[in-house]
Design a protein around this ligand. Structure first.
Ligand code: IPD
Length: 272
C-alpha cells in the first residue's frame, strides 16, 4: 500500500511541477495571507487543485490538507488518526514551497506531497522542477534522489557545519529569529537561507547542508522532506526531547544534532 501511495505522490508532484513551469504566465496575480509578505498566486491554487484531482482519482475518499485550502477535505476527523478507523490516509500538500522565490523567478521552490497513515507520515516526495530533482522516501525504506540512495554528510563538528534556516512572515517573529541567528552565525561554518524549507531539508538529506532549523513551519512545509531527511540518516527533533514541529524544527547529521540543539536551546529559539 505504501509503495502505491508513493507512486501517487510522485505522479502528482511531477504533473504539478511541469504545470508550474510550462503554464507560468508573464505576470502573476498575487494575493496576501497572514501578512502583506505572505503571498499566494493563482499558480499555487491551480497547482493544488491539480494535485487534489490526481489524488482523488487514484484514492477517492482520502483526506487532503493543502496549504492553500483548495483541496482540503475531511481534515478534522482524520487529524492524527483520531477517527478510530485504521488505515486512514491524509495527504499533506504544499503546491509551491518557496512561493516568494517562484514569484521572483528564483529557482529554489518545490512541490511537496506527503501521505500520512493513521497520523504517521509513511511516504514523502519533494520535486524541484528547476533542477529536475525528485526526492522520495518511504518510512523505513531509505531516501532517494532521482532513484539513487542518498545520505547525510559525515559532518561531526558544529563549527564546520553549513546550516540552513528560514524566517516566518510575521515581523515580530522575524525580529526574534534574527536575534537567534546572531547567536548561531559565529558558531557555525556559515548560514544558508534558500527560501524553501522542503529544499533545505532535502539539501541536508543529500549532504548539501549539515543542519537546519526553523521556527514557525507548517506541516505541509516539512511533512515530506522531514521523512526524506530522516530516512537519509538525519536526526530530527524539537527542543528538550519534543518532536520537531512548528514550535521548532531542528535537523542535522547525527553528530551535529546535539551541539546544534544545545546552542538553540540556550538561545531559546523556540520562543517569539
Ligand atoms: C515558506 C518557505 C520558507 C520558510 C517559511 C515557509 P511557503 O513556505 O518554506 O523557506 O522560511 O517558513 O512558510 O510559504 O513558500 O510555502
Amino acid at each position: 500500500m505504501i509503495d502505491r501511495l508513493l507512486d501517487v505522490a510522485v505522479t502528482a508532484a511531477r504533473a504539478a511541477g511541469e504545470f508550474l513551469v510550462d503554464s507560468r504566465p508573464a505576470s502573476l496575480r498575487v494575493a496576501t495571507k497572514s501578512t502583506p509578505t505572505d503571498v499566494v498566486t493563482q499558480m499555487d491554487t491551480a497547482a493544488e487543485r491539480l494535485i487534489a484531482r490526481y489524488i482523488h482519482d487514484a484514492r477517492p475518499g482520502d483526506a487532503i490538507l493543502g496549504e492553500e485550502g483548495q483541496a482540503s477535505t475531511d481534515v478534522t476527523d482524520v487529524r492524527a488518526g483520531r477517527d478510530g478507523r485504521a488505515g486512514r490516509v491524509r495527504w499533506l500538500v504544499d503546491p509551491i514551497d518557496g512561493t516568494v522565490n517562484y514569484l521572483y523567478a528564483l529557482p529554489q521552490w518545490a512541490v511537496s506531497i506527503a501521505a500520512e497513515v493513521d497520523g504517521v507520515v509513511e511516504a514523502g516526495v519533494v520535486f524541484d522542477p528547476s533542477k529536475g530533482e525528485l526526492f522520495a522516501a518511504v518510512r523505513g525504506g531509505g531516501a532517494q534522489l532521482n532513484g539513487e540512495p542518498i545520505e547525510v554528510s559525515g559532518c561531526e563538528d558544529l563549527s564546520l557545519a553549513l546550516i540552513g534556516t528560514g524566517f516566518g512572515y510575521d515581523a515580530r517573529r522575524r525580529a526574534r529569529q534574527s536575534q537567534v541567528l546572531t547567536g548561531v552565525v559565529p558558531i557555525v561554518r556559515d548560514i544558508r537561507r534558500l527560501g524553501a524549507a522542503s529544499l533545505d531539508l532535502c539539501a541536508l538529506a543529500c549532504a548539501r547542508l549539515d543542519g537546519y532549523y526553523e521556527r514557525g513551519l507548517n506541516l505541509w512545509d516539512y511533512a515530506a522532506a522531514g521523512l526524506v531527511a530522516t530516512e537519509a540518516g538525519a536526526r530530527v527533533g524539537g527542543l528538550h526531547g519534543r518532536p520537531a514541529s512548528g514550535e521548532l524544527f531542528v535537523a542535522a547529521t547525527p553528530a551535529v544534532f546535539d551541539p546544534l540543539h544545545q546552542l538553540l536551546a540556550g538561545l531559546e529559539a523556540d520562543r517569539d
